[in-house]
Design a protein around this ligand. Structure first.
Ligand SMILES: *Cc1c(COP(=O)(O)O)cnc(C)c1O
Length: 966
């Protein structure tokens, strides 16, 4: 027999889990003769693509990694002393391997199901506690997308909490010593709100100006100066002006905290707490404020509450502020929010503790002093009278500046060059005396001098010369969690202890409708932690990032091909940011055409909460369009509203297939109607997993669309971020794609930036790149088909047990479906939440609860689950239906049954007393397979309302913490 030596393994067969026999069995269940027949019955013929995608042929995993390493090596990792909010740092290896490279952490979902998320909730509350301590503020969130957007969110908050005296004030002042990307992003965010942005010197500002409502300051300032803002803030407060301070987290280990200066909000980036620069991200930004503003605080807040046994338990607090509930009245559109990176930064603080962090901060400060002393001896002047880690050196002229630049580049070093004669140098955790000597040697050489002093000797005489009023006096990180895990074993075990509390994709399928929890393949993840991707500064010269440029160019091309659009921007850091970016592009287009008055956004009532929240941020007015009883956009209502608003229609925001999991037949008609009335169509691309290769946003008639790369394109959810939300646009919108003040990107008339970094969280783009490169056109298309088959299989297995809401005209769903649980309230007193909690006892994370329809579950299996796993999930759902029937039949009481008491912890089941009407076995092992493999919830049902009434957003009180850990 011949052997086929070309028979290399296809990644597609690893990503798509079902084999042929399984597919046949599923086709029988859904009563289709072939997958293609099923697809024909699902997707309207008029929107199907006529030809297959034009993408490079699929690469095997081994082959891909080899090729991709060659691409990565086109990036040159120089030593970066550029600063501006991004610094080289050391990721403790125990954190690198056990968090960043660990699917137990990175494949988890946002902790909405708190009882099976206690590990990451504790990790995130450590982050919040660290932020509260270091900034000396009363409350902190976890977390935001980057420092610049955090500053913009702070501006929003100040706008929302203006005092009566300032109710008409619309001026926001930004110090010109703030980071340039922050200033530019504030231009983007203030313009549509009618807020006037004034940039200038904070010392010459007229604080009595009645029109001024808020101020943003940088600490330390961009040039490195450490300014005591206490008096300034006091004066501002006297005139009812509130103040945001953008602070460097590491500096706060040795500098007076902004909270002690009276700041109203403190924002910044936690990047240098162990998270690689990644050419711009991802990193967690922080946001801390006063207790009185907690209800206006953007983003997620983790809080302490009680479970049904009265034990401490964590969960997300004050969720009623969020866009899911508040929609166009939400405090912000933030959804995906860098949780994994907040977990890492919090772990960095746990690992180092107060003493360790202080040492790092002091060392960085000390190195900077050493550098300053050396430069002074060499005859250089700095602009700084104070500093933490950054010096701005004033050289004689452009010629010297260029000489330094040339010498530095030849030694693979980046400084910051500004104006004719300034050179900025920011030191960091990795800087050694040898590095400082090297920098000094460059400056000496530029002046044709030699170093006539011993740097080591100089290093022996470093003292704390920070002015008394700016020195850190208040303690921080006093909680035991920051003082017990400093040995590697303790840290390793603490991280594993936390990880083991949570359900992630390493346990079972997470069938979250709309969130597309598919395989995050190891091969896709490996390059993320390569130094060639991790250690590049986002503002390093482009010549050093040729590998990244190639990655971006290819990925943009591929995403254009997949969406059918003419251009792509990789800047937005999440789906919601993509929405905002896309709407701002639409706004810019209307403005450029003299249609600035077009400001109405039509949004169907079934839309995701981020849609209306983003529209409001983009200065639009939301007009809600009804849905009909089949879950489709009510065409008559849409038509009436499009025509009524034809003179000021900006756009329609529509999700496709709809949030109800159906390919609406009328979509092309809908797009046409909007265009006829002068509007553009924004498509929410969260459901792209049902489109890739079969149809496309452009084909359907949309003008703009974001892609959640952390859904359809395999970036893991990280427990609530990172993510990426690039946008694609039609030809006429390409000129308006977002720019960046420091790196050339975007269109000729591009909007100002929507993210701090030019390519958003650049390093994780490698994941989506890998996915597309390894799947190829056929693999991607097969994935879409299988996602649709798997969903229809679940639907047909469950439909005799639960009503299925909404299907297409042939009775098919798209890649997800909605299971109606509302009738059980009447029949058995059971709410959808009880079913979600009972699923935990079966080892499953619940599907999406109550979105887009209250009282329902939305199930999305994705293509990367086997039939066996789908069956396990269906068996659990069916068994739960039987448990509900037992209540309906009166066997169990409506308030005392296995669903109401779910989830069941080991403590409850093993306790000596058991007074429940059902057996312990029924509680813990409702299906036989659980005896082999059982995941236990670690807390009982959590009382969310208790936690909101008694809001605690930092680590458990010390006595209780010690009692638990005794
Ligand atoms: C996930 C999702 C979003 C928001 O995306 P993020 O990346 O979380 O900001 C918007 N719309 C829909 C339909 C979604 O499912």
């Amino acid at each position: 027999m011949k052997i086929n030596v070309n028979n290399t393994e296809k990644f597609e067969n690893r990503h798509i889990s079902a084999d042929e026999a399984q597919i046949d069995a599923m086709l029988r269940t859904v009563q289709a003769n072939s997958i293609d027949e099923l697809i024909e019955q699902t997707i309207p013929a008029n929107i199907r693509l006529s030809k297959s995608l034009n993408l490079p042929s699929a690469q095997g995993e081994y082959e891909f990694l080899k090729n991709f390493k060659a691409l990565a090596q086109k990036n040159k990792v120089f030593k970066s002393y550029i600063g501006l909010g991004y610094h080289p740092c050391i990721t403790p290896p125990v954190i690198l391997r056990n968090i960043l490279e660990n699917p137990g952490w990175y494949t988890a979902y946002t902790p909405y199901q708190a009882e099976i998320s206690q590990g990451r909730l504790e990790a995130v509350i450590n982050f919040q506690t660290m932020i509260i301590d270091l900034t000396q503020m009363e409350i902190a969130n976890a977390s935001l997308l980057d420092e610049a957007t955090a500053a913009a969110e702070a501006m929003h908050l100040l706008l929302a909490v203006k005092s009566k005296a300032k109710k008409d004030a619309n001026q926001f002042f930004v110090s010109n010593r703030c980071l340039p990307q922050t200033i530019d992003l504030l231009r983007t965010r203030t313009a549509p709100l009618g807020v006037e942005l004034v940039v200038g010197d904070h010392l010459t500002i007229d604080i009595t100006n009645p029109n001024l409502f808020g101020v943003l300051l940088q600490y330390p300032a961009k040039d490195g100066e450490v300014i005591d803002y206490t008096n300034f803030i006091e004066a501002a407060h006297e005139h009812e002006v509130k103040v945001v301070v953008a602070a460097d987290l590491l500096s706060l280990t040795v500098l007076k905290a902004p909270g002690e200066m009276g700041a109203d909000v403190v924002v910044g980036s936690a990047q240098r707490f162990g998270v690689p620069m990644g050419y711009g991200g991802p990193h967690a930004a922080f946001f801390a404020t006063k207790d009185e503003f907690k209800r206006q605080m953007p983003g997620r807040i983790i809080g302490l509450s009680k479970d049904a046994q009265g034990n401490n338990a964590y969960r997300m607090a004050l969720q009623t502020r969020e866009q899911h509930i508040r929609r166009e009245k939400a405090t912000s559109n933030i959804c995906t929010a860098q949780v994994l990176l907040a977990v890492m930064a919090g772990a960095y603080a746990v690992y180092h503790g107060a003493e360790g962090l202080k040492k790092i901060g002091e060392r960085v400060y000390g190195m900077t002093q050493l550098l300053e002393k050396g430069l002074k001896i060499l005859g250089f002047k700095t602009k700084n009278t104070t500093y933490f880690d950054t010096l701005t050196i004033e050289v004689e002229n452009k010629e010297v500046q260029q000489k330094v630049q040339k010498l530095a580049l030849s030694q693979e070093i980046n400084f910051l060059y500004e104006g004719e004669k300034y050179i900025g140098i920011s030191l960091n955790e990795t800087t050694t005396i040898v590095d400082v000597s090297q920098i000094l040697a460059i400056f000496a050489l530029a002046m044709q001098k030699t170093i006539a002093f011993d740097v080591d000797e100089l290093a022996e005489n470093i003292e704390n010369l920070i002015p008394e009023n700016l020195q850190r006096k208040t303690p921080y990180l006093t909680h035991p969690v920051f003082n017990t895990h400093h040995s590697e074993h303790e840290m390793l075990r603490y991280l594993k202890y936390l990880e083991n509390k949570d359900i992630s994709l390493v346990h079972s399928m997470i069938s979250l409708g709309s969130c597309t929890m598919k395989l995050n393949a190891t091969t896709e993840m490996i390059p993320v932690t390569w130094a060639e991707f991790g250690n590049l500064h986002p503002f390093a010269p482009k010549e050093q990032a040729l590998g990244y440029q190639e990655l971006f160019t290819n990925l943009e091309k591929w995403l254009s091909e997949i969406t059918g659009f003419a251009g792509v921007s990789l800047q937005p850091n999440s789906g919601a940011q993509g929405e905002y970016a896309g709407l701002m592009v639409i706004r810019a287009y209307h403005l450029a055409n003299g249609n600035g008055h077009r400001n109405i956004a039509l949004i169907p009532s079934s839309a995701h909460g981020t849609n209306p929240a983003s529209a409001v941020m983009a200065g639009m007015k939301v007009v809600v369009v009804r849905c009909d009883e089949n879950g489709n956009v009510d065409l008559d209502d849409l038509k009436a509203k499009a025509i009524a608003h034809k003179d000021d229609l900006a756009c329609l925001m529509v999700t496709y297939p709809s949030t109800h999991g159906v390919f609406e037949e009328a979509i092309t008609e809908i797009c046409q109607l909007i265009h006829e009335n002068g509007g553009l169509v924004y498509m929410d691309g969260a459901n792209m997993n049902a489109q890739v290769g079969l149809t496309s946003p452009a084909n359907i008639g949309a003008d703009v669309c974001h892609l959640n790369l952390h859904k359809t394109f395999c970036i893991p959810h990280g427990g609530g971020g990172p993510g990426m939300g690039p946008i694609g646009v039609v030809e006429k919108l390409v000129p308006f794609l977002p720019k960046h003040p420091l790196v050339e990107v975007g269109g000729s008339q591009g909007i100002t930036p929507v993210s701090a970094a030019p390519y958003g969280s650049a390093s994780i783009l490698a994941i989506s790149y890998a996915y597309i490169a390894m799947m190829g056109a056929e693999g991607l298309t097969n994935a879409t088909k299988m996602a649709i088959l798997n969903a229809n299989y679940i639907k047909d297995r469950l439909k005799e047990h639960y009503p299925i809401l909404y299907v297409g005209k042939n009775g098919r769903c798209a890649h997800e479906m909605i299971v109606d649980c509302r009738q059980f309230k009447q029949s058995a007193g059971i709410e959808v939440e009880d079913i979600a909690k009972r699923l935990m006892d079966y080892g499953f994370h619940a599907p999406t609860v109550s979105f887009p329809v209250a009282g329902t579950l939305m199930i999305e299996p994705t293509e990367s689950e086997t039939k066996e796993e789908l069956d396990r999930f269906c068996d659990a759902m069916i068994q739960i239906r039987e448990e509900i029937r037992e209540i309906e039949q009166g066997i169990y009481d409506k308030n005392n049954n296995v669903l109401k008491h779910a989830p069941h912890t080991q403590n409850v089941v093993i306790a000596d007393t058991w007074d429940r009407p059902y057996s312990r076995e029924k509680a813990a092992y409702p299906l036989p397979c659980l005896r082999r493999n059982k995941v236990w919830a670690t807390v009982s049902r959590i009382d969310g309302a208790y936690g909101d009434r008694n809001l605690v957003c930092s680590c458990a009180p010390i006595e209780e913490y010690e009692a638990i850990n005794a």
